[in-house]
Design a protein around this ligand. Structure first.
Ligand SMILES: [Zn+2]
Length: 173
């Protein structure tokens, strides 16, 4: 978690998820924040992070990311994270992260419908003067909401199962 006004979050090569405070203005409920985290964790578990780096393959970038992934150089870790937060994901990676992420949040007991709320909020903020940085690395369009809506039913089943088994997160600010 970084004390920074930027509306952003990213999955980094070392497996950690970076969240900037500013995203709490858009992901302004625990369920919406869980949607951001589920999405980012899915980018990490589905191997999008390194695939994205290789696609953009600049040698200096790969050196930084290699150092970041091994965690041997703290300064490179920071630079690697900065690079990762600006590289855009591919459309199919975004779709996969949305669907896998819905499952993660639902299984943890967070309401997956918050993902729809989150992306709508994100696009409302995008109409303002300062577009969220999150959208530069997570290109979004109407197809995203359609895909999430199509995948919401199995996620709601997982959410109800989680709630029934006592997984009812009660996050306090
Ligand atoms: Zn994404």
């Amino acid at each position: 978690m970084f004390d920074d006004d930027g509306v952003n979050a990213s999955a980094n090569p070392d497996g950690k998820i970076a969240v900037l405070n500013g995203i709490l203005n858009v992901a302004d409920t625990p369920d919406a924040l869980a949607a951001v985290l589920g999405h980012e964790i899915a980018h990490a578990t589905q191997n999008h992070v390194m695939a994205r780096a290789k696609k953009g393959a600049r040698t200096d970038m790969l050196v930084l990311l290699g150092a970041a992934a091994t965690g041997i150089r703290q300064d490179m870790l920071r630079d690697g994270a900065a690079i990762m937060s600006t590289l855009p994901y591919a459309r199919d990676q975004e779709t996969e992260a949305d669907i896998v992420g819905l499952g993660y949040m639902a299984k943890a007991g967070f309401d997956p419908r918050a993902a729809i709320y989150l992306w709508k909020n994100m696009s409302n903020v995008n109409k303002g003067n300062k577009p969220p940085e999150f959208l530069s690395s997570h290109p979004s369009d109407d197809a995203r909401l359609d895909n999430i809506i199509k995948s919401i039913t199995p996620a709601l089943v997982q959410y109800n199962d989680a709630q029934d088994s006592g997984r009812r997160p009660n996050c306090q600010p």
